[in-house]
Design a binder for this molecule. Structure first.
Ligand code: 4AD
Ligand code: MG
Length: 462
């Protein structure tokens, strides 16, 4: 089926005698002697105007070209006399591929709420807003790959099924082939998972980091970009049970290098999307967040701020703000604190580093003070935590000591400890929640609206 995309048709160098376009009818308006169809095929935000003269044989089909119907149009691409469009199509042929009943098709011309559109996630890619969001999603992914390639990182694939808990937070989805309700094996010295597929506890991954640490010890610099699963029962606008994470990891790199990479990557992807998704970003700037473009340009214009966790706690205590959760050295920062630091204090992204070890994962490198670790979080306006990472503990004795303190099962991590036994090196990395990046890029405030089919507690439709 030879067809020209609407994006290409609108960007044509000149008129074209014969062209075929396909798409979905956004609106149709009937005038005396002809009809106007606004056609969209997803290749661009803009619609292509099609003029169907009542003189063409297919005009008897026009009453079925309702909002939502799919059509194929052949005809001539001509310069448009109308304002705001370069070209339009004068139809010679019109074929209705699939009708959409105006009584039951839910997307009519009016604006629908995000809440309503979430209930019809299978139809919302056909709206301007969600079409734009998912085009930006695609382009942002490409921009990330481009950045890492330029910086000499290899793209690697870490497993989705895993036997270890990277974050040690226990918020994992169990995977089993045992029948529902089947008891685990019992008895002295019996493996409780003996009857299960892997013969041991299996989960969906919460992070590919541990495997990435193995990969860099041969490849130097790697990154993964894939689905990640967390069974935290937190019903917030920033958490999903299934989300995508970008995780770079570097050998011979300290926390300073890590911060530079996080800032360079974020700026590159923002710039990439501004360059390649102009009209889509403008839509968000116009209808979703009128400060969006200004904010993104400001992000590019200055270095990210940097404050240690101890400084951040002082700043928060001195802020005079009535936070819902009080802060003291040792407490985890809440979203309200993270937002204050980036929105009001720094007025730009801020990197907080050197957190107390108690509130961070076991693998982070212990500082000389014995109580903080070389952790870093990148906090951004409106969202809070965009990136979490650290310099890793590369010293075998220090790592083992920390794992013992936390009561971890060393047998499960034998291979991970091997990495410190054989040719260990200082190394660092981080994870960025891809959906949080998309919220930053679009001004969308709910993570459910940047995921095509969001999975959150109680929601697994589609
Ligand atoms: O801070 P987190 O938990 O860090 C890690 O998992 C590290 N192992 C990553 C690494 O160093 N390689 O998660 C990283 C990022 C967060 O900063 C956040 O942006 C995102 O992942 N994230 C979520 N995004 C959406 N829904 C959730 N439930 C998320 N949990 C974390
Ligand atoms: Mg984190």
């Amino acid at each position: 089926m030879k067809r020209t995309s609407i994006k290409d048709a609108l960007a044509s160098a000149g008129p074209v005698k014969e062209i075929t376009v396909c798409g979905w009818v956004r609106t149709r308006r009937d005038a005396k002697g002809f009809s106007f169809i606004e056609l969209n095929d997803g290749s661009t935000l803009k619609n292509l105007q099609v003029i169907v003269d009542e003189g063409i044989p297919a005009y008897n089909q026009i009453k079925n070209a309702n909002t939502g119907a799919s059509v194929r149009v052949s005809g001539a691409l001509v310069e448009s006399p109308g304002k705001g469009q370069t070209f339009e199509v004068r139809a010679a042929g019109l074929e209705i591929l699939g009708e959409a009943d105006p009584e039951t098709f839910p997307l009519q011309k009016k604006r629908h709420s995000d809440e309503f559109l979430r209930t019809i996630a299978h139809l919302r890619p056909r709206t301007n807003k969600y079409g734009a969001a998912f085009r930006i999603r695609s382009e942002a992914a490409f921009g990330l790959h481009e950045y890492f390639r330029k910086e000499g990182f290899y793209y690697v694939h870490t497993p989705i099924l895993t036997g270890s808990d990277c974050e040690g937070a226990g918020a994992m989805f169990r995977v089993t082939t045992l029948p529902q309700g089947a008891p685990l094996a019992e008895g002295e010295g019996v493996n409780p998972y003996a009857g299960d597929f892997f013969g041991r506890e299996a989960n969906l991954t919460v992070s590919g980091q541990l495997e990435l640490e193995a990969m860099i010890m041969g490849l130097g610099r790697v990154y993964s970009f894939g689905p990640t699963f967390r069974a935290e029962n937190s019903n917030t606008p920033r958490h999903a049970a299934e989300f995508w994470m970008v995780e770079p990891e570097m050998a011979f790199a300290d926390l300073e290098d890590n911060m530079e990479l996080a800032e360079g990557m974020t700026k590159h992807v923002v710039e990439h999307v501004l360059t390649h998704c102009g009209p889509d970003v403008e839509l968000f700037n116009k209808y979703v967040d009128t400060g969006l473009l200004e904010g993104l340009k400001a992000l590019l214009g200055r270095p990210f701020a940097r404050v240690s966790y101890a400084e951040a706690v002082d700043i928060l205590k001195r802020s005079g703000k009535a936070f819902e959760y009080p802060v003291e050295f040792g407490t985890d920062l809440q979203t309200e604190h993270e937002r204050y630091l980036s929105e009001e204090y720094a007025k730009r992204p801020v990197i907080v580093y050197d957190y107390p070890k108690e509130i961070k994962a076991f693998y982070m490198r212990l500082n000389a003070d014995g109580r903080t670790v070389r952790a870093m979080d990148v906090l951004v306006p409106r969202i809070g935590e965009l990136i979490g990472g650290s310099q890793r503990e590369e010293r075998l004795d220090a790592l083992e000591a920390r794992m013992r303190e936390l009561g971890q099962n060393m047998d499960n991590y034998a291979w991970y400890l091997d990495l410190r036994r054989f040719g260990t090196v200082p190394h660092s990395g981080f994870g960025m929640g891809f959906e949080r990046l998309l919220m930053l890029l679009t001004g969308i405030t709910n993570i459910r609206d940047v995921l095509p089919f969001p999975r959150t507690p109680g929601n697994l439709e589609f």
